[in-house]
Design a protein around this ligand. Structure first.
Ligand SMILES: [Zn+2]
Length: 168
């Protein structure tokens, strides 16, 4: 038998699949004058799995996106996730560590910066604090961690639910 050590990874030009992002103020705010060049150079790799959404490779900074999520995800969440991930693309180019394990996910500076761009765009879209809070919920954060992240981002968490009822 044989197990390969170097396999091809299918990467595509970001702009071939994600159109018009270079024109969005939310994206230009991330990259400034470099917006056109960065998006021109950016590559995207699609993977097929029900688990996971999007990320940025810590090996070379390309975007990694779940085909399943693109097909089944909520459109607004997908859009805000792309804004979030593009912040990580910039951070990678700046040499910042994207997965600094000395911080919990919900307190990691690179995540807070990425979420702050996504939340700002969510507000511009007219989303309420409760809707943004729902967006922030992901399966790798506990309820307490989401609430903490939410408060850090100035998104007011909804009242806690007990036995399915709102607590006043
Ligand atoms: Zn992130």
């Amino acid at each position: 038998m044989e197990i390969p050590t170097d396999v091809p990874i299918a990467e595509h030009p970001f702009k071939e699949y994600f159109k018009g992002f270079e024109r969005l103020p939310a994206v230009r705010e991330i990259f400034g004058n470099e917006t056109d060049r960065v998006l021109q150079e950016l590559r995207v790799e699609f993977f097929s799995s029900k688990f996971g959404y999007m990320g940025v490779s810590d090996e070379d900074g390309h975007l990694v996106v779940s085909a399943y999520y693109l097909k089944n995800g909520d459109p607004v969440s997908k859009y805000l996730d792309i804004v979030h991930e593009l912040v990580h693309v910039r951070q990678y180019r700046e040499g910042k560590p994207l997965f600094d394990e000395s911080f919990e996910y919900h307190e990691r500076p690179t995540e807070l910066e990425a979420y702050s761009h996504a939340v700002k765009e969510a507000r511009r879209l007219g989303m309420s604090d409760e809707e943004i809070f729902e967006y922030l919920k992901v399966d790798w954060m506990s309820e307490e961690e989401v609430r903490k992240l939410s408060r850090t981002l100035d998104v007011k968490p909804p009242p806690r639910r007990v036995h399915g009822e709102r607590v006043r």
